[in-house]
Design a protein around this ligand. Structure first.
Ligand SMILES: Cc1cc2nc3c(=O)[nH]c(=O)nc-3n(C[C@H](O)[C@H](O)[C@H](O)COP(=O)(O)O)c2cc1C
Length: 200
């Protein structure tokens, strides 16, 4: 399975967690890492280039720090420009059917804060509903997000262990050792238009 990571960190020079995760997955075959802020510092996203990249890959991952319960702004801009009517959805918009989408997030907040009655009231998966529904509209399977909580507070050893889990997941999915369909998010119903290339 070919994996495309759409990476977004507006202050990567100050990053601790995402820097660790990015370096943990260097050198994996069939993985393309695409740093959106580095590629488009002016946010002028090249639709054709991005759509061509999507067509070449099976699993699209949004990797970023959690910002205001969502993503840094360039991910939203990327979605607005690239997921075009008649291409990704709507009449004839079937180019992403059968692909997979996932979010990989570092959050400042603790796991316990993301629950009813907690400081953040909702689970991370609930807050990612727009990503879940975007995948659904585009005929894609949305996979359980990979989330690291308290990412600036955990020890270097814990961060290292998370980064190794991240590498194992990406390597497993890329090599086919892990079945992406076993990682369908609980909050997700596969769209009728989803036809897994692996089951075809
Ligand atoms: C503008 C901004 C918004 C943030 N919003 C959230 C948030 O909504 N929830 C959360 O848990 N952490 C939030 N954080 C904390 C970051 O997610 C956290 O510091 C980051 O994931 C750590 O990764 P890094 O070391 O790569 O920057 C926010 C941080 C910034 C700067």
């Amino acid at each position: 399975m070919k994996i495309l990571i759409l990476f977004a960190h507006p202050r990567f020079s100050a990053s601790i967690a995402q820097r660790k995760f990015m370096s943990a997955i260097q050198g994996i075959a069939d993985l393309t890492m695409h740093d959106l802020y580095a590629t488009y510092p002016d946010m002028m996203i090249d639709r054709e280039r991005e759509q061509a990249l999507l067509l070449e890959h099976d699993l699209i991952i949004f990797q970023h720090p959690f910002y205001w319960y969502s993503s840094p702004a360039i991910i939203k801009e990327w979605q607005d420009i690239v997921l075009d009517y008649g291409w990704a959805y709507g009449p004839g918009g079937n180019k992403l059917h059968g692909k997979f989408m996932m979010s990989a997030i570092s959050a400042g907040g603790a796991h316990d804060a993301y629950r009813p009655g907690g400081r953040n009231r909702y689970s991370v998966e609930e807050l990612l509903a727009p990503f879940n529904q975007t995948a659904y509209l585009c005929g894609m399977a949305w996979l359980t997000p990979f989330v690291t909580h308290e990412s600036r507070r955990i020890s270097a050893t814990e961060l290292e262990s998370q980064a190794m889990q991240w590498r194992e997941l990406i390597e497993g999915l890329a090599t086919g050792k892990l079945d992406p369909l076993a990682r369908i998010a609980q909050t997700y119903d596969l769209p009728a238009t989803f036809k897994s290339p692996q089951k075809a």
